[in-house]
Write a protein that binds this ligand. Structure first.
Ligand SMILES: C[S@@+](CC[C@H](N)C(=O)[O-])C[C@H]1O[C@@H](n2cnc3c(N)ncnc32)[C@H](O)[C@@H]1O
Length: 491
């Protein structure tokens, strides 16, 4: 990373008062266990009657009314061909997050992002206990990065780990057991086993599933097709390289197709029954922000204005765009149980003006509008799909708000968390928890399919050979490390 960029990154990090007191987490390992910051300073708001209400973070509030009127509203799609981060524009929160993560030129996924691979699988049965596994993982992490730095040093490398990689091949085999059992129960012998995987990382899940099916059920293997839909060109290349490097390349080659495309650009109708895997992909699907007027409880939709100096100014609008409005309608109609509100429980609302007490509006709620649109894609193009998805059900140390994301970057191998998603585009991972109760209802409403939600632990207990990942003292990190993850499946 060149130094003007570095200056820019730290200018952004330190621009917000809340970010000044960040602590470095003790270990920069876990993507979902981070030590985080103090609260964001309450925004300064200028009350007014019209639809736009603005919030400027920082010590020198600037009236943005004029800019708000003048600047065009742009979407992430419209910015795709731009090499420079936009200025003098305004964007809805979901469009800003999308641009920040996925812009092909400066987006987070277009550079730096690397998924850790342990090389040799861990020999859990010969590791003393959970802490010993943690230490060993730390060592392998360092070795992995040392090797990458020898080829191409990168102080801003973003490194994640996923259960697919840490527990290879056992987690892949667990998913494969679920797929083959359900395929044999309901589709075999009339249909082939067709598996789509959206967001396949290093391609490890694909390899582990194909190896397992070939080794355990050759007849099914001969009828298996595995198709990856991957947004990142670098990861799509790596998936192909890892496939070609495997000893089993010859056998697998004719079964695999890798499509380098965002799921949101998908336009091919797939009439065949298929399984659709989405493992740790929902968390990066962008969200809209909604806050509620404490008196009227009416929603306002959030966005960000980027001024001529590249400063971010958060605003809210009493007019909702059609996508956010539809989400709120669908959720309301589909909910089988009460869902949380940033206004707090309904029964308590009369007793106080609003949380935080006395404030004229609630904290923001982050609503999963892109996830709803993903369900539209499934419904429209994959009518006979069966979804198998897994993601974080909660995330510690998120930015303030309901269902709020964790926003963090990595610099010189240290995790640097911040307290707002409105930071220099492309340098920060922005990942959200999934409220599986709400999302299950929305999925059912959009696709008309029946579902099951289980904890990651219950799923693994049911489908894994858990002795494979047991340490010598009987601890089992595959069960204990993902307490905050759940699975949503079509039944
Ligand atoms: C956190 S990684 C998970 C990788 C893998 N599933 C695993 O568990 O190891 C997220 C993956 O989703 C991909 N991805 C994110 N958004 C996507 C989209 N809109 N369409 C297709 N792939 C996407 C990323 O490039 C990456 O491969």
């Amino acid at each position: 990373m060149d130094s003007p960029m570095l200056n820019q990154l730290f200018r952004q990090l330190f621009r917000h008062p809340a970010c000044q007191s960040f602590r470095r987490p003790p270990a920069s390992l876990s993507r979902q266990t981070r030590t985080f910051l103090t609260r964001r300073t309450p925004g300064k708001r200028k009350p007014q009657d019209d639809a736009m209400l603005w919030t400027k973070r920082g010590d020198y509030p600037k009236n943005i009314e004029e800019e708000y009127k003048l600047y065009p509203t742009v979407t992430a799609k419209e910015l795709r061909n731009r090499r420079e981060r936009p200025r003098q524009v305004k964007m809805l929160t979901r469009e800003f997050v999308d641009d920040s993560l996925y812009n092909p030129h400066y987006g987070y996924f277009s550079k730096h992002a690397t998924i850790f691979s342990p090389g040799e699988p861990f020999d859990f049965n010969n590791i003393e206990d959970g802490p010993a596994f943690h230490r060993l993982l730390g060592q392998r992490y360092t070795e992995f990065e040392d090797l990458l730095d020898e080829v191409k040093p990168d102080v801003a490398r973003q490194l994640w780990h996923t259960p697919t990689e840490l527990f290879r091949p056992y987690y892949g085999e667990t998913i494969a057991r679920y797929l083959v059992s359900n395929y044999k129960l309901t589709l075999y012998p009339y249909h082939d086993l067709i598996i789509y995987e959206m967001g396949a990382g290093n391609g490890t899940m694909m390899l582990n599933i194909l190896d397992f099916i070939r080794d355990t059920d050759y007849e099914v293997y001969q009828r298996t097709k595995f198709k990856i839909i991957e947004i990142s060109p670098a990861l799509a290349d790596l998936q192909m390289k890892n496939l070609m490097d495997t000893l089993n390349f010859k056998g697998h080659r004719d079964r695999v197709e890798i499509v380098n495309r965002s799921i949101f650009d998908w336009d091919t109708y797939v009439h065949s029954p298929c399984f659709f895997l989405a493992l740790e992909v929902f968390d990066n699907f962008s969200h809209d922000t909604i806050r509620y007027d404490s008196k009227t409880e009416l929603p306002q939709q959030g966005g960000v204005l980027i001024d001529a100096d590249g400063e971010f100014h958060e605003f809210y609008n009493t007019r909702l765009d059609p996508v956010a409005a539809r989400f709120l309608r669908v959720r309301q109609a589909a909910a089988r149980r009460p869902y949380p509100s940033p206004l707090g429980p309904r029964v308590l609302r009369g007793l106080r003006s609003a949380p935080p007490f006395g404030s004229s509006h609630s904290l923001p709620e982050y609503i999963p509008t892109r996830l709803m649109q993903f369900f539209d894609v499934l419904n429209q193009y994959f009518p006979a799909h069966r979804l198998v998805s897994s993601d974080f059900s909660s995330l510690p140390d998120a930015v303030p708000g309901l269902n709020a994301p964790v926003v963090q970057t990595r610099y010189q191998r240290q995790t640097v968390p911040v307290s707002t998603p409105f930071v220099h585009q492309g340098y920060f991972d922005i990942f959200f928890p999934t409220d599986f109760n709400v999302v299950e209802d929305v999925y059912r409403a959009v696709t008309g399919k029946l579902t099951q939600v289980t904890s990651h632990e219950d799923f693994v207990n049911r489908w894994a050979y858990i002795e494979d990942t047991e340490t010598r003292n009987g601890e089992n990190p595959l069960l204990s490390w993902y307490k905050n993850a759940s699975m949503l499946m079509t039944v």
